[in-house]
Design a protein around this ligand. Structure first.
Ligand SMILES: [Zn+2]
Ligand SMILES: [Zn+2]
Length: 270
C-alpha cells in the first residue's frame, strides 16, 4: 500500500476537555510521522454544551486550526472538523456548533443514551446490556435520519467498554437488522462510516466498528468510509491508520473519503 494518502480524520487537541496537546505540537508530530493530512475534530458534547461552554470551545478550536493551517501550509493538510456528540439531546446546541464556523468535516457520535452516563462510565455490573444496546442503535438510527453530519463516528462505541474492558460477550448478530437499517439510512443521506482505530491501541484490540460491519456496509452499497485514530495525545496521531486501511481493503473498499468544506473527496488506499 502506498503511504501517500495516510490521513488521520479524527484528532483531538487541548481544546477538547480530554485532549492533552496543542494543535501545533500535534502537527509537528503528524509531519514527522509522514501523514499527508489530518482533520482536527474537537468535541462538542451537545447534552452539556451550554453548561460547559462548548460554544466558546468550538470557536476557539476553529481559530487554532486557522493558525496551524497557515504555519504548516505546503507541509500538512489540516481539515477543520468537529465531533458532534449526541446532537439530538440538544438540537439547538448542535445547530450552534454547526454554524459556528465553515467546517470541512463533521463527525456525528453517540457517547451516551438519554438519561444515562457516557458508556465508559456505565456500571456494567448492574446494567441491562441488551437494553442499553437496543437504545444505542435506536438513537443512532434517529441521528442518521437527522443527518446533519458527514461521518458516523465509532459505531459500536459501547463495545469498547462492554467487551473490551468488562469482558462481557456481545453477539452483534442479534442487532443485525437494527444495524442494517442504520446503514441503509446512512447511504441514503450520504453519511460515511468511520473506522476508529482507538480500540486497536487498547486491550480491546479491534477497530470500532470491526471488519464484519464494514463487510455489511459494503454489501449494502456503502462506499464512503473514513479512518481516524481518535488521538487525545500527539503521540497517537496517525496510530494504526495503515492497519485501518488494511481492514477496509479486506472488506472490499479501495478508497477512503475525506471532506473539504463538507464535500466528499475520494482517495485511493490501494
Ligand atoms: Zn467519540
Ligand atoms: Zn473522538
Amino acid at each position: 500500500m502506498s503511504g501517500s494518502h495516510l490521513v488521520d480524520a479524527h484528532v483531538h487537541t487541548d481544546n477538547s476537555c480530554d485532549g492533552h496537546d496543542s494543535l501545533m505540537v500535534i502537527c509537528e508530530h503528524a509531519n514527522r510521522a509522514g501523514l499527508r493530512g489530518l482533520a482536527v475534530t474537537d468535541h462538542a458534547e451537545c447534552h452539556r454544551y451550554w453548561r460547559d461552554h462548548f460554544d466558546r470551545a468550538v470557536r476557539n478550536s476553529f481559530f487554532e486550526i486557522k493558525k496551524a493551517q497557515a504555519a504548516f501550509r505546503g507541509q500538512l493538510a489540516i481539515g477543520a472538523g468537529l465531533e458532534l456528540g449526541q446532537p439530538l439531546h440538544d438540537p439547538a446546541a448542535a445547530q450552534d456548533a454547526l454554524s459556528a464556523a465553515p467546517w470541512d468535516y463533521v463527525i456525528g457520535s453517540l457517547h451516551l443514551i438519554k438519561d444515562h452516563p457516557d458508556f465508559w462510565k456505565v456500571d456494567y455490573t448492574t446494567a441491562d446490556v441488551p437494553a442499553l444496546l437496543n437504545c444505542y442503535f435506536q438513537e443512532l438510527y434517529d441521528m442518521v435520519c437527522w443527518g446533519k453530519f458527514d461521518a458516523l463516528g465509532h459505531m459500536t462505541y459501547p463495545l469498547r467498554y462492554i467487551v473490551g474492558r468488562e469482558k462481557i460477550p456481545v453477539d452483534l448478530a442479534e442487532y443485525r437488522d437494527a444495524i442494517a437499517a442504520i446503514m441503509h439510512k446512512m447511504i441514503d443521506n450520504h453519511i460515511a462510516l468511520e473506522l476508529n482505530t482507538q480500540g486497536m491501541r487498547t486491550e480491546y484490540g479491534r477497530p470500532t466498528p470491526d471488519l464484519d460491519l464494514f463487510q455489511l456496509f459494503h454489501a449494502l452499497g456503502g462506499r464512503m468510509v473514513c479512518v481516524g485514530s481518535d488521538a487525545h495525545f500527539a503521540k497517537d496521531v496517525g496510530a494504526n491508520i495503515a492497519d485501518g486501511f488494511a481492514v477496509l481493503q479486506a472488506a472490499g473498499f479501495d478508497e477512503i473519503t475525506i471532506f473539504d468544506r463538507r464535500e466528499p473527496i475520494m482517495l485511493s488506499i490501494m
